[in-house]
Design a protein around this ligand. Structure first.
Ligand code: FMN
Length: 187
């Protein structure tokens, strides 16, 4: 089983990456393959992630807080990924992670969680809303509570993935999807 973790920061190896690394390491310790991808919203990267999501079992969307919101980069990336590969997200396991110096994390998570909800993803929680605090990777490494939140998130995600896998082996697969009804206007 494999989880793709998207780093929606302009900084490839910054605070968001540091938080996602803890989630990825914990997943690996629990027998789940994990790959962190720098989510630059260009066509090549979006297409590559769209392809990987066809076989991946889970997705973690990570973003720094920019102006009390997710980065423009991750919003652009997810808008395009959802358009290209929305079907590959359906019924998979998902989580979101935010990194901030101080404020705007829950507003950021609210936006990112909407991508999970629309695609009927199984949303994984931790022992607090999944955030870390810091301006540098070193500061994030000093955020003991944030690091614990990331570890618990990774363990919970591995557990849910294994439960779904065990369910499949016992004959319980994802429910049928209905063709989407879109009522854009009523007259
Ligand atoms: C354009 C910009 C806007 C930011 N806005 C906020 C903010 O509203 N609240 C906050 O706490 N930190 C803010 N920050 C700080 C980052 O959220 C924080 O340093 C984060 O951990 C950086 O993660 P990264 O290293 O993965 O980019 C901002 C940083 C930038 C570059």
């Amino acid at each position: 089983m494999k989880v793709i973790l998207l780093n929606g920061s302009r900084r490839e190896k910054g605070c968001t990456y540091t938080a996602l690394s803890v989630v990825a390491d914990t997943l690996k310790e629990n027998g789940i393959d994990a790959e962190i991808i720098h989510a630059v919203p260009d066509t090549a990267t979006i297409n590559a992630v769209a392809e990987k999501m066809k076989t991946a079992d889970g997705l973690v969307i990570g973003s720094p807080v920019y102006w009390a919101s997710p980065s423009g980069e991750i919003v652009s990336f997810m808008d395009q990924l959802a358009g290209k590969a929305g079907a590959a997200l359906v019924h998979k396991v998902g989580a979101t992670v935010a990194s901030a110096r101080r404020a705007g994390t829950t507003a950021t998570l609210d936006v990112l969680n909407k991508y999970l909800a629309y695609h009927q993803m199984v949303s994984v929680a931790s022992n607090y809303w999944p955030m870390v605090h810091g301006n540098t990777p070193d500061e994030v490494r000093q955020d003991a509570e944030g690091l614990q939140i990331m570890r618990v998130l990774g363990r919970n995600m591995a557990w849910i993935l294994k439960c779904i896998e065990a369910g499949k082996k016992a004959g319980i697969s994802a429910p049928e999807t209905e063709a989407k009804v879109m009522t854009n206007f009523i007259r």
